[in-house]
Design a protein around this ligand. Structure first.
Ligand code: NDP
Ligand code: PMR
Length: 378
């Protein structure tokens, strides 16, 4: 038994070293000198052209301490959105990435490495996603994976493996995975609404999850389940990164459930009646609704609040929507403060429980090995 444990530990360390070997350590002082970013922290967020990513960028730009790199698939759309939202383009840089294509992810990280000019990346947010619940048959990417799987999960895994070595020189580095209640089955929203996220024994991923195998569990394709499975996988990955790399790199890894942002274009493939009544249902029946702007302040908190340097956490917030909890409410006398009141604002953040599936160490290990294999991250 002891021999087996030692062998497993050595194997674990050897794999971690493959990621760590890419981590170089240039001098921080040298990097801060003469940087085009001044003293701003560098934040990379995928999917800043819409919904949560857009709202979080707005909050970050208002805080004036950050330079945001928006990793987007459509630069023209991003340009229009940035103009409409009044983004300060001195502190916002859009960069192209198509998460449905591994080559594009690699090209993005190479461009990012050049762009940062030796400065550490301080924050990485794996936010972009698509939700395709009505498809009868899977849609495939150029790499031969089901689209939601690659966009939401596999490419973010690859992206994180490439960007982490650029983060180790930051004194306050944070990686945030956008999870969801629907990937965490210990609540009504996650465990009570069919289909339920479940990776089973990961038989599909073990076989490479390539056309015609869509699902990580290897069972028949189900679009809604696929989305939820990707959220579960991201939350498990956050835990795995915490276990393997937090102590050695100082990077804080967390996942979040931002609330049900029922009015974003994420639901574009749902029927019109659903899009009309879903926000009402979430507001008045479940109480889980949150506006785009407030969701943005929540994610902003995880990137900005000193208490969110804690690693290995699944952050969530108490309380439904209340007035005065938008970005304006965060700014009082030029200072960003809690939006105030019991059940509202920054005070309402808490470390949420993670389901047994998210915490299943054996499965997390298998997920880690298979995803490294499928994405070629190692
Ligand atoms: P949106 O659809 O508004 O935003 C998704 C973003 O992902 C868009 O910027 C989109 O780009 C981008 N994106 C999609 N495909 C690709 C791709 N191939 N390459 C690069 N970027 C891509 O959704 P939300 O803001 O609602 O969702 C944001 C996150 O929050 C997601 O991870 C989602 O799972 C999570 N979440 C959402 C909840 C909700 O209720 N809405 C609840 C819980 C979690 P484009 O603008 O070009 O379409
Ligand atoms: Mg769900 C009681 C709590 C609760 C919460 C917090 C959510 C969140 N949902 C809850 C309950 C219910 N939902 C109930 C009782 C039903 C049955 C009527 C229900 C249904 C439902 C549907 C059909 N809910 C949905 C859908 C979607 O298509 C959304 C989805 O699963 O997208 C993947 C969704 C959601 N519910 C949520 C949240 C946050 C979503 C958005 C999904 C996400 O991004 O994770």
């Amino acid at each position: 038994m002891l021999v087996l444990r030692v062998a497993l530990l050595l194997l674990f360390q050897a794999e971690a070293w493959k990621w760590m070997a890419k981590i170089k350590a240039p001098s921080l002082r040298r990097m801060r000198q003469g940087s085009k970013f001044g003293d701003k922290k560098l934040v990379v967020i995928t999917g800043t052209s819409s919904g949560l990513g857009k709202a979080t960028t707005k909050a970050l730009l208002r805080a004036k301490e950050y330079h945001v790199i928006g990793a987007v698939r459509d630069l023209e759309k991003m340009q229009v959105v940035a103009e409409l939202e009044g983004f300060d383009m001195d502190r916002f840089t859009p960069m192209e990435v198509d998460l449905a294509n591994f080559e594009s992810v690699k090209a993005f990280t190479e461009n990012l490495d050049k762009f940062r000019g030796g400065r550490p990346i301080d924050r990485l947010v794996c936010n972009a996603a698509v939700y395709q619940p009505t498809l009868e048959y899977p849609k495939w990417t150029v790499d031969g994976h089901e689209q939601q799987l690659q966009i939401n999960y596999l490419s973010h895994f690859l992206l994180t493996s490439k960007i982490m070595p650029m983060m180790t020189d930051s004194s306050d580095a944070r990686v945030v995975m956008i999870g969801s209640v629907t990937g965490n089955d210990n609540t009504v929203g996650g465990g009570g609404v069919y289909p339920i996220a479940d990776l089973k024994e990961l038989d599909g991923l073990e076989l490479g999850c390539k056309k015609p195998i869509a699902m990580m569990d290897g069972y028949n394709f189900n679009g809604a389940k696929m989305y939820k499975d990707t959220k579960l996988a991201l939350m498990m990955t956050s835990n795995m990164l915490h276990e393997r790399f937090h102590r050695s790199t100082g990077i804080a890894f967390s996942s979040i459930y931002p609330g049900c942002i029922a009015e974003t274009p994420l639901f574009r493939e749902k029927r019109p009646w659903f899009r009309k009544y879903f926000p009402i249902f979430m507001k008045y029946i479940t109480g889980g609704f949150v506006g785009e702007e407030e969701a943005g302040t929540r994610l902003f908190q995880v990137l900005h609040d000193p208490k969110c340097t804690k690693s290995g956490v699944y952050w969530s917030w108490n309380g439904g929507p209340r007035e005065g909890r938008g970005i304006e409410a965060m700014e009082k006398g030029g200072q960003i403060v809690g939006a105030g009141g019991a059940g509202g604002g920054w005070e309402s953040i808490f470390e949420n429980d993670q389901s047994d599936k998210v915490l299943n160490k054996d499965l997390v290990q298998k997920l880690w090995e298979n995803t490294n294999e499928v994405t070629g991250a190692q």
